[in-house]
Design a protein around this ligand. Sequence first.
Ligand SMILES: C[S@@+](CC[C@H](N)C(=O)[O-])C[C@H]1O[C@@H](n2cnc3c(N)ncnc32)[C@H](O)[C@@H]1O
Length: 418
Amino acid sequence: MPTTSKICKEAGKAQFDWPAFLENAAGRVLDFGDMPEEAREAAAGGYAEAVRLGYAVGTSSTQPEYLDGNQLVFWPVKKPRNKAVLSFPARKTAPAVHADFGEIALGDALLHYAKWPQPTVIVSDGPYGLASFPGDPPTAEGLAEWYRPHVKAWHDHALPSATLWFWNSEQGWANCHRMIEECGWEFRNCHIWDKGMSHIAGNCNTRTIRKYPVVTEVCVQYVRKNTLTSGGKSLPLREWLRAEWARSGLPFSKTNVACGVADAATRKYFTKDHLWYFPPPDALMKLAEYANAHGRHTGKPYFSKDDGNAFTAEEWELMRAKFHCEIGVSNVWHEKAVRGAERMKVGNASVHMNQKPLSLLSQIIRSTSDAGDVVWEPFGGLCSASVAAIRLGRIPYAAEINEKFFTLAKKRLENERK
Ligand SMILES: C[S@@+](CC[C@H](N)C(=O)[O-])C[C@H]1O[C@@H](n2cnc3c(N)ncnc32)[C@H](O)[C@@H]1O
């Protein structure tokens, strides 16, 4: 591994071997703090090259929870995503709240995912199959195949601690649910947005439509399905725990001894049924310690990361989706459609039929991320989720394919930033 000083000096030269350097540097944190300004600039020239070669570059501004002032980290987009995340230094205890403005891109979101930093939250509010904006298909049929490449890319790029919030009509979601699970996301909860009867304001001829009027949308919470390797096999976390204990050759009754409890560990962390719990960091630490001290010598280490190193408590906690439960909130959200000053208009006309309330977007972002985390809004519209993200000190990355909406959203975000 070359020294930071050598990298900085050589990065500006034409013959500097970026592919070799990135292969070595991936996942490591480099500190450029003590470098003279011109050397830092030379290294900065390499960022674009890194991106072109399929590497993501995290800097102190995109990963402030992990990186201090002058650091940066590279990781390969195509290789296991948690490699770099797990090698970040210990998380800072009090992440700075700041309103860094990530990016809003014009064009198909699919073209941007590989360039964006890894998200903790993805807010998807794309086609509903209701022909409600240019490009929205007229029916919900075919929605699953429309979304599939996006949902797959979200899984491939997201952090292990990520949550996907999938907004849609009930029928649109029903058509997409199986595909979302196939792409590596696990269903957590379905939330109903009830806009209230005023939404239709007597404007609904039920004799003709022959059903009750619809005043709802759904916002469905999925968490990333994470895997770890045991005995050469990549397994979901629940199976990985059992497989690692089995590999140690110890009886399952000893999991209770390891955790210092009567029978809770076997019932909770090693059960095969739906009552399974993700072991909290202190339980995982105890299990690993016990298995490595008393288990079969030949199979060690047990309960380690895929690179063979032991998990820290911090790293283990980030293997599941973040969730900060807000008291008094249920899965039914009573909130009127956006009106008044929040509604973006040109003259008297609303500019986007689908503008979402900031209150709901703030709630989902706040509950599943921390300040400094990255939020993706692939189907920006007026980028309401990105506005909420900025206000909460998260860093938004958004795309919008329609130039008119893009221009309005960009202005909105610039105002927000000010
Ligand atoms: C339901 S609207 C989003 C509204 C947004 N949540 C808001 O509050 O303003 C969906 C938006 O996604 C955009 N869109 C559709 N396909 C896209 C794609 N492949 N990439 C980026 N944007 C896309 C549409 O132009 C539309 O403006």
